[in-house]
Ligand binder design. Structure first.
Ligand SMILES: Cc1ncc(COP(=O)(O)O)c(C=O)c1O
Length: 400
């Protein structure tokens, strides 16, 4: 499939915002409909319909575990990435008797940063935030300098959602583990593009918990999982009926979980080939934007980045205006900046990478769900060039 495929809910557009939510995969839709059409029942119920729901849940658990090199007992289904990150950070840190020190980075998703800040505020943890370089990478030597004998948890995202930079996770994780700290990685962005082996080498060997989210794979929103070894101490956030081996009480969302599992299965089946084609298409887009839009600069690491991520800053023109112009031309993209209450705030991720606030406000992010159709890059570059020239006043009629 090529992007140029219809945007969700829009038969004419090209959807290039997969990092926000990937288009629903037909396999996921079919799996969800099958559960809903069979008639819903509670997977904890003893009767036959309950047994059927339990069987669906067990199949989904096995599929998710298999895709990520985990055991079914390692999978705790949640309502998505945000909940899984909260559970990992708060749950692991509170359950770890080693101490009250946390390490993270300034470029994490808010669900990671706010969970750390919650522990700081309410439970008196101290927090070290590692610097990142201009490409958004953490220096392992910096982690080695900061990690302590009382560090309860190190949480570092496997790949950043805004700029696509992938961290040297095996190295970071083994430094943390050498100091006896628990390690969590938010793989919400990475897991749809990179092979994850929880029980094995990458980045699993020294990682205690991994967060994944359904809607980044083309599954439904509102489902996700924390992969966490059964023997790893974890304080639950949600208390109740003891579902998900006591780690997450509450009746499971069986249809969404079935869709999640189907999407994960379909996604991991096409990892290698799709990843290469995606990276080639992404590289073509990056090359054309850099060649034809004066001053446009790729943000994030040039090589160690997710295959579908192309993120830029474009001096002289706001990211929001580029986004709006592209949207009008049928391309759904993201500015990569957090817009709070109508305010165009520069992205904290770009600021942490040393990009000045004014330049950070020009951020634009394309995240490809599939390689681009021939001609799409021409049209994107034409829209950007027109908007850029208009913003710089080139060719505009000057009033007397
Ligand atoms: C890196 C990262 N972590 C966590 C999340 C939160 O996941 P969810 O939207 O499923 O709550 C996101 C969502 O964009 C993300 O990009």
């Amino acid at each position: 499939m090529r992007a140029g495929a219809p945007a969700p809910g829009d038969s004419s557009g090209t959807y290039l915002d997969a990092a926000a939510t990937a288009p629903l995969r037909p396999e996921a839709r079919a799996a969800m409909l099958a559960v809903l059409d069979a008639g819903q029942a509670n997977p904890s119920s003893v009767h036959a319909p309950g047994h059927r729901a339990r069987t669906v849940l067990a199949g989904a658990r096995l599929a998710v575990a298999t895709a990520f090199g985990a055991r079914p007992a390692d999978v705790v289904f949640t309502s998505g990435g945000t909940e899984a990150n909260n559970l990992a950070i708060i749950g692991l840190a509170l359950a770890n008797p080693r101490g009250r020190h946390l390490v993270t980075t300034p470029i994490e998703h808010p669900s990671v940063l706010e969970s750390c800040r919650y522990l700081e505020r309410v439970f008196g943890f101290s927090l070290d935030t590692l610097a990142v370089d201009g490409d958004g990478r953490v220096d392992p030597a910096e982690l080695a300098r900061v990690v302590r004998s009382d560090t309860a948890l190190v949480s570092i995202g496997l790949a950043n959602g805004e700029v696509g930079t992938v961290q040297p996770m095996p190295e970071l994780a083994s430094i943390a583990r050498d100091h006896g700290a628990l390690v969590h990685t938010d793989a919400v962005q990475a897991a749809a593009a990179l092979p994850i082996d929880f029980g094995g080498a990458w980045p699993g060997a020294h990682v205690d918990a991994i967060t994944v989210a359904s809607h980044k794979f083309g599954g439904p929103q509102g489902a996700g999982a924390l992969l966490v070894g059964r023997g790893t101490p974890l304080e639950p956030l949600l208390h109740g009926g003891g579902q998900e081996r006591g780690a997450r009480s509450g009746t499971e969302n069986v249809a969404a979980i079935a869709g999640f599992a189907a999407a994960v299965r379909a996604s991991s089946a096409s990892h290698g080939t799709q990843g290469l084609a995606l990276a080639r298409s992404r590289d073509d887009l990056v090359a054309r934007v850099r060649a034809e839009i004066a001053g446009a600069r790729l943000t994030g690491h040039p090589d160690e980045r997710l295959p579908g991520h192309a993120s830029f800053v474009v001096p002289g023109v706001s990211g929001e205006s580029l986004l709006v112009a592209l949207d009008a031309a049928g391309f759904a993209v993201s500015s990569g900046s957090a817009c709070a209450a109508g305010k165009d705030e520069p992205s904290p991720v770009l600021l942490a990478m040393g990009i000045a606030p004014d330049l950070a406000r020009t951020a634009l992010r394309f995240t490809l769900p599939a390689p681009l159709e021939p001609g799409a890059i021409d049209r994107i570059v034409a829209v950007l060039a027109a908007e850029h020239q208009a913003a710089l006043g080139i060719g505009a009629t000057k009033l007397p």
